[in-house]
Design a protein around this ligand. Structure first.
Ligand SMILES: [Zn+2]
Ligand SMILES: [Zn+2]
Length: 279
């Protein structure tokens, strides 16, 4: 299985010379199996770059098939939706799967709101030319997608919940735990550890440096070391620090990686926009 990070930034997109190496687009991660099945996690602004790549192949001809897992509907995870060009080509079939963001509000209604005329000229999901299905999942359930087996789990994220994913394909497992803040960062939940158990790659929220975290407790995100605790307890083979703060320059992220790696034997790196990984 191959992974490509198309967007690794959290909260909002950044630009500028201090952000060139890790990239400024918000979250979007592509997984491709050895036989070409594709899955996308989140539709942040990074997804627009993936869209350009997809349009050069079957998606440009209206023959693309893509499931997209949403962790939640904060803007940094859906802002690429109105600009994801495969939606504009008749014949493409795109499934968006996610939990209802807040009880009483459906995922479909939330995404419709994003395309309402005061936010977008698209004026509704029904105006997308592609076949688009919005599928509500229950966090805690398992999903079978072409080429992928997925375990889902609700995780606390400030005043709401996000959905974390354990994805297995080609005999390898990737766990996506972004936008999560455990009640105690030193004691991640048993559910988080179970989701990452023996994973070949753990992608974990690292929005805050360990030094900054005490003043940002309760904002819904983890300090870098929380991912280490999960990775060690779960015996994950590799840890990708993810969802970098828009305040974090390349140099600051390098420092976080060096400090984090000095505290663990688990190989650690910071996810960088555009980078590939063979899992
Ligand atoms: Zn986020
Ligand atoms: Zn969020």
């Amino acid at each position: 299985m191959k992974i490509r990070f198309w967007g690794v930034r959290g909260s909002f997109a950044m630009s500028g010379r201090d952000f060139l190496r890790y990239g400024g687009n918000t979250t979007s991660v592509e997984l491709v199996t050895d036989d070409g099945h594709r899955l996308l996690i989140d539709l942040g602004t990074g997804a627009t770059e993936l869209a350009k790549a997809l349009m050069g192949a079957e998606f440009g001809k209206g023959a693309g098939r893509l499931p997209i897992l949403l962790s939640h509907t904060h803007l940094d995870h859906i802002q690429g939706l109105p600009f994801f060009t495969p939606f504009f080509i008749k014949g493409n079939e795109i499934r968006i799967l996610g939990a209802n963001p807040i009880s009483g509000l459906s995922l479909e209604a939330t995404l419709q709101n994003q395309l309402a005329p005061h936010y977008s000229p698209l004026n509704g999901l029904e105006n997308l030319a592609a076949g688009v299905s919005i599928e509500t999942i229950q966090a805690g359930s398992t999903l079978s997608l072409p080429g992928f087996e997925v375990v889902t789990q609700a995780m606390p994220h400030g005043s709401m919940w996000t959905t974390a994913y354990r994805i297995t394909a080609d005999g390898k497992t990737v766990t996506y735990l972004s936008d999560v803040e455990y009640p105690n960062a030193d004691e991640p939940s048993a559910e988080a550890v179970a989701l990452a158990q023996d994973a070949d790659l753990l992608i974990h929220d690292a929005m805050h440096s360990d030094q900054d975290y005490p003043s940002r407790r309760g904002w819904g995100h983890s300090p870098a070391h929380a991912g280490v605790v999960v990775a060690e307890r779960a015996r994950a083979k590799k840890l990708a620090l993810f969802h970098h703060s828009p305040d974090a320059t390349d140099a600051m992220i390098d420092e976080v990686v060096a400090l984090t790696a000095s505290h663990t034997a688990v190989p650690v790196f910071a996810a960088a926009e555009g980078s590939y990984l063979d899992v």
